[in-house]
Design a protein around this ligand. Structure first.
Ligand code: ADP
Ligand code: MG
Ligand code: MG
Length: 918
């Protein structure tokens, strides 16, 4: 039988083996071995923990305590103190620590090794009775609470009663005899609670403490924490125990304890940051019993120690090449480091330290890019709630579009526009939104709906615009007609101020302070490095020149998706679009399209100009056209009300007749006109026509219905108009001497025949436009790939299409046969909870299913056309793990909403770094 090795001295443990030694233990070993002053100690491994927990009787593995005794003997030799000795006793701390930092496990026990005899020795040796009893009562309480499970409150009661009796207001005012008394009472508490006297034998104390640490790994708090944060056994399995010689920051005014960051974790500034307390022990700093001082003051108070701390900081960063978060204690003028770990920082600090550490030569460029989690950049790109806020949410919905915004509530888009124009900051609150609300979106700072999911109209449009949105806040009941909403018994009136947080889904009353996004110089520098290193290009989804400008500011290299329907929704266009839809004859339709043509041409020319010379991909009309008509219910209501009005007006006719037949000077002459219902009749007739059309176009399953290219083929004049508008815009820009790169793509294609038809149309219009203007009109032609059949037919599709753009929102729905909204609202959360699906496939690309199909389609497509250009324009295009997959399967670009472009640029760089084995 080989004897497993359960224990490593700090001088021996492998600092890289966090799985075995835990993060704290590994770093204590590492620091010791590079010559940083750490109080001597040793680590009991996580393997010992697992062996202990695996034993049905929970016994420590054989030989473990022998190894511990040998280590303790070595500590005694090193320190010249004896564990359990009565001269100058050796005391230790017992600390837990697993591979992942994990609150919820056992608290640290300080001053272990004290009993009546060793205490006497400690007091004799230090000549400080107060110090001795203070250490003793702390130890009894910690050990009692942590290792023996005695409720903390029982200790606190005794403590307070002694404090009150001697009239001490603060702990430090307690004298030695009071502390002695407290210690006695604490021992009694333990005896009462556990039914046996407090263990006096130091080795027994140590053994119990080690077992308690191991047991805490399977404690409720720890298990819950691991589940909540998805910590698997592969990430952290068991906890180590660190046994560490005590050093005392509470030995007088030349002693202190504190915590530090090698750089400011809030800003990233290259300046040591931290707090300390003079004459205090370990946890006093975090416990908030006394207010600690900023570390800069140590320079005056203990200049020599401050200088040593600065040196420690250099050594830590020089060794770890990472910002460190460390603990230190000064015992009578000697500085000890008790812990170090990588500092947790906000996004701005991560970015700044990445750039500065590279410029200081501390880390490579690749490392500077790799150490930042791209998703964390979101903090810098959207306004967010001030992290210090204390507000309680009024209601909660789905986090549908990130960012935070405050504003006065309005209940309809017209009012939003009106107030917005006056410079009022408004929030649009609706049950749900419709395309005709679009001008309200433009005017509002954020959107809040009480119904609908993450793919509701509100969510999709808000994300596209980069505006915050909380959707489906079901606790809010909206009464649009009366311009009020209710949350339980609370009333929200028009003009009341709310704050929404589209990153959490919370809704607050009043203004919760927000922090504005910060596109800093450091971020610019970092992203420029990212672009150098990435192979994937990052484009943005943008529908208007304004969107495009913003996309450029975020560093987009082109527009990957321009949804032309967004342009149809503007209030000056929608009536024309409605005319086009309700047209009874091809001539009527052509007339409406003729009016739309110049408007669309101007839109496209604007986009091309803004983006020149970068590529712009314009998608032909996609949604079912009934989406542009008002809801049937709304039309019915309006018609009913207009008919009531007509009844009333007809009543007036009686009066008008009277005015005509019996001219009476008291009756105004205009009565005759008021009785005339012809205008009303016309309005009602129009509404009825629209209603009839809406009914005729109604579909059971509109998203799988008459939309995209199917619509384009049914009404060829619509696509023809759009194609012409694009090509004429191209001509316009070429005439201005601009270099542009236009692309047209077709949505919802499922067979190559569809593609061929639209392609023939493009070629025909191109010939016409070229003939009219006498110049060649370049424009590439491509296909959205968002239908399963299109993936399977990729090879023949690629013979017609010069590029593919994966529409992974629709493709995901098709691959799963899930309708997104129903899935997210009804069963996806349950599927995730039960592990049936790992993620929400609408947020995280389903690599195994949808992704596999994409990979196949890319391969088949390129077999027909080796230089086939391929991108992705679904929401996944802004998601880091999905981007990495897009890189792997050889896509040329990803396209996402403008504010996500920086996230995608960093993710694209990291994907490339992954290739080079970094
Ligand atoms: P946590 O993980 O909660 O920070 P630690 O094990 O780091 O727990 O310890 C808690 C506090 O006790 C820290 O302030 C630490 O510096 C202090 N501490 C731990 N061990 C010792 C020791 N041997 N000597 C002095 N202070 C210690
Ligand atoms: Mg600590
Ligand atoms: Mg689509």
């Amino acid at each position: 039988m080989t004897t497993a090795r359960w224990v490593y001295a700090f001088e021996q443990g492998n600092g890289r083996d966090k799985m075995l030694l835990g993060g704290k233990g590994a770093n204590l070993c590492e620091m010791t071995q590079i010559g940083i002053k750490v109080p001597p100690g040793f680590v009991v491994t996580t393997e010992a923990c697992l062996a202990f927990l695996g034993d049905p009787e929970r016994r420590l593995p054989e030989g473990l305590m022998d190894e511990v005794r040998r280590q303790m003997a070595a500590l005694e030799k090193r320190t010249g103190k004896r564990f359990g000795g009565t001269e100058d006793p050796l005391l230790v701390s017992v600390r837990s620590g697993s591979a992942m930092s994990m609150p919820g496990m056992m608290d640290t026990i300080l001053n272990l090794g004290l009993n009546a005899d060793t205490l006497a020795g400690l007091i004799r040796h230090t000549g400080n009775a107060r110090f001795g009893y203070d250490a003793y009562r702390r130890f009894i309480q910690l050990f009692g609470k942590v290792a023996l499970g005695v409720p903390d409150a029982l200790f606190d009661e005794e403590f307070e009663s002694v404090k009150a009796r001697v009239g001490a207001r603060v702990d430090v005012a307690l004298e030695a005899d009071s502390l002695a008394q407290i210690s006695e009472r604490f021992l009694e508490v333990v005896a009462r609670q556990t039914g046996r006297s407090f263990p006096a034998d130091p080795y027994e104390q140590l053994e119990i403490a080690i077992q308690a640490v191991f047991n805490s790994w399977m404690g409720r708090r720890a298990i819950d924490y691991r589940r909540e944060f998805g910590i698997t056994p592969a990430m952290a399995n068991g906890t180590a125990v660190n046994v560490c010689t005590m050093v005392f920051g509470n030995m007088g005014s030349d002693s202190a304890t504190g915590v530090g960051f090698t750089r400011n974790p809030g800003t990233g500034e290259n300046l040591m940051y931290g707090e300390y307390l003079v004459n205090a022990q370990g946890e006093d700093v975090v416990a908030g019993i006394r207010t600690p001082k900023p570390i800069a003051e140590l320079e005056q108070e203990m200049p020599e120690m401050h200088a040593q701390l600065l040196e420690l900081r250099e050594r830590l960063e020089g060794h770890y090449h990472e910002v460190q978060d460390f603990e230190f204690t000064i015992e009578r003028g000697t500085l000890y480091c008790l812990q170090t770990r990588n500092g947790k920082m906000n996004a701005a600090a991560m970015v700044r330290t990445s750039v500065e550490m590279h410029e200081e030569g501390l880390i490579s460029r690749n490392h500077a890019l790799a150490r930042i989690n791209p998703a964390q950049l979101e903090q810098m790109l959207f306004p967010r709630l001030d992290p210090a806020h204390q507000a309680q949410p009024l209601a909660t919905g789905l986090p549908a579009s990130p960012g935070a915004a405050s504003g006065q509530v309005v209940f309809d888009a017209d009012r939003a526009e009106e107030l917005g124009r006056q410079g009022v900051q408004v929030l649009l609150l609706r049950e749900e939104t419709k395309p005709e609300d679009i001008h309200g979106f433009f005017a509002a700072r954020g959107i809040l709906t009480s119904r609908g999911g993450k793919t509701s109209h509100a969510a999709v449009v808000a994300r596209g615009m980069g505006k915050p949105c909380v959707a489906g806040a079901e606790g809010i009941h909206v009464d649009t007609a009366r311009r009020v909403a209710f949350v339980g018994t609370q009333v929200i009136k028009e003009g009341d101020t709310l704050t929404i947080d589209g990153s959490s889904g919370n809704v607050y009353r009043g203004v919760v302070p927000t922090v504005e996004p910060e596109f800093t110089d450091s971020l610019r520098t970092l992203l420029a490095w990212a672009d150098d290193c990435a192979r994937l290009k990052v484009r943005a989804n943008a529908d208007t020149p304004d969107d495009a400008e913003r996309a450029l500011r975020y560093g987009a290299t082109g527009i990957g998706l321009c949804r032309t329907e967004r342009m149809f929704n503007a209030p000056d266009r929608l009536p024309i679009v409605v005319d086009m839809i309700v047209a009874e004859t091809p001539e009527d339709r052509a007339a409406a399209l003729d009016r739309l043509l110049p408007i669309q041409r101007a839109d496209f020319a604007g986009l091309f100009r803004t983006m020149a010379p970068r590529p712009v991909t314009i998608r032909l009309l996609d949604p079912p056209i009934h989406e542009f008509l008002p809801a049937e219910r709304q039309l019915e209501d309006e018609i009913a009300r207009l008919q009531d009005l007509r009844g009333a007006v007809r009543g007036l006719e009686v009066l008008a007749d009277a005015a005509r037949t019996e001219p009476d000077p008291r009756l105004p002459s205009t009565l005759r006109d008021m009785g005339d219902t012809r205008r009303l009749d016309a309005i009602i007739a129009r509404k009825e026509l629209v209603l009839a059309k809406a009914r005729a176009l109604r579909e059971v399953n509109p998203m799988l219905g008459h939309r995209g290219v199917r619509l384009g083929i049914t009404y060829p004049e619509i696509y023809r108009m759009q194609i012409r508008a694009v090509l004429e815009a191209v001509v316009e820009c070429l005439r201005e001497g601009l270099e542009i790169d236009p692309e047209i793509m077709v949505p919802q294609v499922c067979t190559v025949q569809e593609l061929k038809l639209v392609h023939a149309q493009l070629e025909e219009v191109r010939r016409e436009v070229e003939a009219e203007h006498g110049i060649a009109v370049p424009c590439r032609f491509g296909s959205m790939v968002e239908v399963v059949r299109a993936c399977l037919r990729a090879e023949s599709m690629a013979k017609v299409a010069e590029f593919f753009s994966f529409g992974t929102n629709d493709l995901t729905q098709a691959v799963f046969s899930f309708s997104r909204e129903d899935a997210e609202n009804k069963f996806l959360p349950m599927y995730n909870e039960r592990g049936i699906l790992q993620d929400n496939p609408f947020e995280v690309l389903d690599i195994k299913g949808a992704g596999r199909l994409m990979a196949l389609a890319v391969g088949w497509g390129r077999s027909a056309r080796p230089d086939l250009h391929v991108g992705i324009c679904g929401e996944h295009g802004g998601h880091p793990a999905s981007i990495s997959f897009c890189h792997e399967i050889g896509l040329d670009y990803v396209s996402c909403s403008a504010p996500r472009v920086p996230i995608a640029r960093l993710a694209a760089a990291q994907a490339a770094l992954g290739d080079s084995g970094n």
